[in-house]
Design a protein around this ligand. Structure first.
Ligand code: PRX
Length: 636
């Protein structure tokens, strides 16, 4: 099959195309209509059909491969490793589902999951899916303030958490952050279910906190029937950053998501039932939802959940996992590969990697040297794939399961079936010509599996993402890009204030709001600056209320540490700026708009471009001089 024909049908006749893909999953009740696009930009898929994500991930495989591995939970932090077969995983999920029901959780209730990469996190997600509860996983690297904002928006009935995560052998306690977040939040959960790993002490709150170990014993062996859901009911909310400080709850459906994942596992990730899939992401991010938990299991594959660093106990750890579990498809991020590239290659060569067929990389731009190095060392193709929390599965890639089209250095590939991708000019909205830079947009309807709306805020969904042009509804990805003459796309970074640190998507506004809360800070701007390993790092430019608070280098360093600690406490270590630079003023236009791109450019040693609108050119000159002085200090 030629990919071009496959793609064309998905665009010209989406009804036929997606009807065929819908046979990849089990339906409890057939749908009556494939697509309802009567109220654009809202698209509804598989109307009237009833299904369930947990059924498709687990129950469906029991008869044919119930005793085969489904989940392999490996922690190099706690030196533990446990394989759950499909039967065992279903039993654990049912037990967790029964526990949730005992705590009063039912269909449509939100359950916030704030957990490290342990098996119980997957049990909790699948348990929610089973009983029709709506999960909202919050990345464990976020701290109390970020968590509180998400609690207030999702209003969960239950929060599932643990005593601690662990990093580099050191416990990272979660419980006090969670308690602080619940104190800050207006919406209080009725219960908090806690997995005690024995890593950090926990203060239990009477009447609210419940230890999972006790409930597990009580509900062991209990069977919980699947709650069948109409395809357009909610499956989960996943918060993601944008231009404002208030994260958006990306809301996804059930049926369209299940179909989209099943199809992507077949055509893009080429995974077969009985094989093992290893994604090194975290359940707190969209990759963890789609390609650690749901996608591989829906395809009948075993999935690996890994807690730990890529280089500990040594840089061969991931490859030892590939060898041991005969991993066929692996998914990671360019940053991880750049970290491994700095390590002796013998750690990779030690292992038998003959099972591995493809390495998929996503989340940030993949540079050619990183891609060709890893492809060369592993001897397998590397497949770049570009997408977003909002879409839930790849927008651009090479669908090798349809046709093995050659890739191009620096390009994630071609538009994937279902996505009508265009590059348009920022001002006029006209289509750009080949190799001309513009905004990457998708013409509606978005295919199945993409976000339905912003949770609780349809208007924000429409206003944030959609514009109309010539009677068509156009979704903005907020990425710059170009398309070459042969239709390959290249992604050139975000058009908004989102930055990408080590593949982690962060909103600079959230970090700025946290820094502003420091009593000595008058004004702040956070920008993403190019970094050789992490892709980007956050750099904060701070104007102090009293500039002599950072008059000496020692005072400046102490204040920098204080500000970093504020971010750690409120947003989490993931948002901590790599540097805090104290300046007299921020570069702004005469109308008061911050010139972020100019700031970013001078940090990267680039020409800041057109500065005719700048109010005070001295501000930028001072920043440039400070950065040069710091670089000189670092070199000396
Ligand atoms: O800027 C793009 C970048 O990451 C953003 C989406 O991040 P997130 O919502 O966390 O979803 C990640 C899903 C893999 C995009 O808007 N991005 C993602 N993949 C790529 C990428 N940039 C370049 N190349 C990619 N392959």
């Amino acid at each position: 099959m030629h990919f071009a024909d496959f793609y064309r049908e998905s665009i010209d006749d989406p009804q036929t195309f997606w009807r065929r893909q819908a046979t990849l999953i089990d339906w409890h009740k057939p749908y009556t209509e494939v697509l309802d696009y009567a109220k654009p930009p809202f698209a509804r898929w598989f109307i009237g059909g009833e299904t369930n994500l947990c059924h498709n991930a687990l129950d469906r495989w029991i008869a044919t491969q119930g005793d085969m591995p489904a989940l392999v939970a490996i922690s190099t932090e706690t030196r533990s490793e446990k394989v759950y077969t499909f039967k065992e995983l279903l039993a654990e999920v049912s037990c967790m589902a029964a526990a949730m029901q005992a705590l009063g959780v039912g269909k449509g209730d939100r359950v916030l999951i704030y957990m490290p990469m342990i098996a119980e996190a997957a049990f909790a997600m699948l348990a929610c899916a089973r009983i029709g509860a709506v999960h909202s996983v919050v990345f464990g690297g976020f701290a109390s303030h970020s968590l509180a904002t998400r609690i207030d928006d999702a209003q969960p009935k239950l929060i599932v958490s643990a005593d601690a995560g662990s990093r580099g052998g050191k416990p990272i306690p979660y419980k006090h952050l969670l308690d602080a977040a619940i104190d800050l939040a207006h919406a209080k959960p009725a219960s908090v279910l806690l997995v005690d790993r024995g890593l950090a002490p926990m203060q239990m709150v009477a009447g609210r906190d419940v230890d999972y170990a006790g409930l597990r014993v009580r509900h062991q062996g209990q069977q919980v029937p699947v709650t069948w859901l109409e395809a357009n009911e909610k499956s989960y909310i996943l918060y993601t950053s944008g231009t404002t400080g208030k994260p958006k709850g990306v809301q996804r459906d059930v049926g369209g998501y299940a179909v989209a994942l099943a199809a992507s596992m077949k055509y893009i990730f080429c995974g077969n039932a009985g094989e093992t899939y290893f994604s090194t992401s975290d359940i707190g991010w969209v990759v963890g939802h789609s390609y650690i938990v749901y996608g591989p299991l829906i395809a009948g594959m075993a999935t690996i959940m890994y807690e730990g660093l890529p280089i500990s106990p040594d840089p061969g750890i991931w490859w030892s996992i590939v060898e041991k579990y005969r991993v066929t498809r692996m998914f990671s991020a360019p940053t991880a590969v750049r970290i491994l590239k700095k390590q002796p290659v013998e750690f990779m060569k030690k292992y038998d990697l003959s099972s591995l067929k493809t390495l998929y990389l996503a989340g940030e731009p993949l540079d050619e040297p990183t891609s060709s190095w890893i492809a060369g060392e592993l001897g397998v193709p590397v497949v770049d794939n570009y997408w977003q929390t909002e879409t839930g599965w790849p927008i651009l890639s090479i669908a090798k399961g349809v046709e093995d089209i050659p890739s191009r250095p620096g390009s994630p590939g071609l538009p994937i079936y279902g996505y009508k991708v265009r590059i348009i000019d920022e001002v006029g909205g006209e289509d750009c010509t080949a190799n001309e830079k513009g905004m990457v947009v998708i013409e509606g309807p978005l295919p199945p599996g993409c976000m339905q709306t912003v949770y609780g805020d349809d208007q924000r969904f429409v206003q944030t993402y959609w514009t109309q042009s010539g009677g068509r509804h156009i979704y903005s990805t907020f990425d710059w890009g170009i398309r070459d003459a042969d239709g390959y796309y290249f992604i050139l970074g975000r058009t908004d204030d989102v930055i990408n640190v080590a593949g982690h998507r962060l909103g600079t506004r959230e970090i700025e709001e946290s820094i502003s809360s420091h009593a000595k800070v008058a004004e702040v701007a956070v920008v993403g600056v190019a970094d050789q390993i992490k892709g980007q790092v956050a750099v904060a430019f701070v104007v102090l209320k009293r500039s002599d608070d950072a008059a000496t280098p020692e005072a400046g360093r102490a204040l920098e540490q204080e500000i970093m600690a504020v971010v750690d406490r409120q947003v989490g270590a993931v948002g901590r700026p790599a540097r805090v630079v104290f300046v007299n003023g921020l570069p702004k236009t005469r109308s008061g708009k911050l010139l972020r791109r100019a700031l970013q450019a001078i940090c990267e040693g680039r020409d800041p471009g057109d500065l005719t609108t700048i109010e005070d050119p001295a501000a930028l000159q001072q920043i440039r001089a400070m950065l040069e002085a710091r670089t000189a200090q670092a070199v000396n």
